[in-house]
Ligand binder design. Sequence first.
Ligand code: GLP
Length: 249
Amino acid sequence: MTPPDRTQAGPLYHQIRTHLQEAIEGRQLTPGDRVPSERELTEQFSVSRMTARQALRELEMQGYLYRVQGKGTFVAQPKFVQPLGRLTSFTQDMRRRGLEPGAVVLAVEETAAGRHVAEALKIGPDSPVFRLERLRLANGEPMALEAAHVDARLCPGLLSARFENSSLYQVLQDRFGIRLGHASQSLEAVAARTYEATMLHVREGAPLLLIERTTLGEADRPVEFVRSLYRGDRYRFMAELQSPLSPLG
Ligand code: GLP
C-alpha cells in the first residue's frame, strides 16, 4: 500500500481508511484476511497510533472490518444489500441469497395490543394480538431481532406454529388465507443496548437499523406491526428513486 499523500486535503485517518476500503472493494483484501495492525499502519504510513486506530475503528463501525480479541483485525463478509420497496419476508430474503433462514423464538404470547400497536393495527388498545419475538438467523448467524404483533382475530391459533423453522408470512397465507399486499415501513439508526448487543453478537453501542413495518392484507386491513432491529454492520438498504419530473414518476 502506498503511504497517504500529505499534500492531499482531508485528515490522514481518512486517507488510510480510503486505502483500506479500496483494497477491500477491489478484492486485494478478501473476507477473513487480516489487515495491518495499528502498529503496522503506524510504521507503514508514518502516522500516529491514534490516527491508525481511528481509521480501523471507522471501518469496523461501517462493517468492513471486525476485531478478534488477541488475534487482530480482519476483513468482514460484504454486507447484505436489502432492496426497499419490495414486500418480502426474512425467509424469502435469505433463501434468495442462498442462505438458510433460522430463528430462535424468544417470546410468544397472546396479549392486549396497547396504545402504540393498536394505532398501527387500527384496533382498540384492549384488542388481542399475538406477539412473536424472534432472533433471526442466516446460516446460524444472528442478523436481526424482531417483535411482530399480529391482529389475533384474523388468525386464531396462530401461535401453535413452530416458528423456529417456519415463516410467519407463509403461515399467514397457508393456514389463514391472508395475502399481504402492501406495507409502510420506516427506517432509523439506533445504538445497540446491552441486551440487543448480546443477542446480535455486536458491541454495545454498535449501530443498528430500527425498522417498523405495518403490513396490510386484503381491503387494506392491517395484519401485522413489526419492530425489527437489523445489524448495521451486516445490512445496507437500497432504494430506487424516480424523479417526480420523469414520465414514469
Ligand atoms: C422481515 C420483516 C418483518 C416480517 C418478517 C417475516 O424480516 N422485516 O416485518 O415480519 O420478514 O418473516 P418470516 O415470514 O420469515 O417469518
